[in-house]
Design a protein around this ligand. Structure first.
Ligand SMILES: [Zn+2]
Length: 144
């Protein structure tokens, strides 16, 4: 049950409560019991919806925390060609680009490693890249 269904149930419950308050003296006991049963069902739905919403919020909080931790551990990067290269503590780019597939899928900075015959590999997702594009160009200078 989602928040919208919970809100709808809450609205129905309030309508029923209003009707019950407005009942005049000659209401039928059976009608009264029916309205009370409906009210009870609606309030139960509200409770379920609120519990579900609480769980969903907790999940989102955990995901935000995880993304913050991922982000804090990240290197600054410089874009060279179609790839991001991490910038080391010396202010210079690392010799290997980060795997763009891993960067996009989960924000991970995985340096592509040397493979065979001009093809480099991502050690995590096994993506294959052209080594000429993923190696830092010889003589590369950081822009001023
Ligand atoms: Zn990868």
């Amino acid at each position: 049950m989602d928040i919208m269904m919970g809100l709808a149930a809450a609205t129905q419950a309030l309508d029923i409560a209003k009707k019950l308050r407005e009942f005049d003296q000659d209401f039928k006991a059976s009608e009264f019991r029916l309205q009370i049963a409906e009210l009870y069902g609606n309030l139960a739905d509200v409770k379920i919806a609120l519990a579900d919403a609480k769980a969903a919020l907790q999940e989102k909080d955990q995901e935000i925390e995880r993304l913050k931790r991922v982000n804090e551990g990240k290197l600054k990067t410089i874009r060279i060609g179609n790839y991001n290269f991490g910038i080391g503590e010396d202010g210079k780019p690392l010799s290997k680009a980060f795997c763009p597939a891993c960067e996009q899928s989960n924000g991970a900075q995985i340096p592509i490693s040397r493979g065979l015959s001009g093809h480099d590999l991502c050690p995590k997702c096994q993506g294959v890249y052209d080594a000429r594009a993923t190696n830092l160009p010889v003589g590369f200078k950081m822009p001023e």
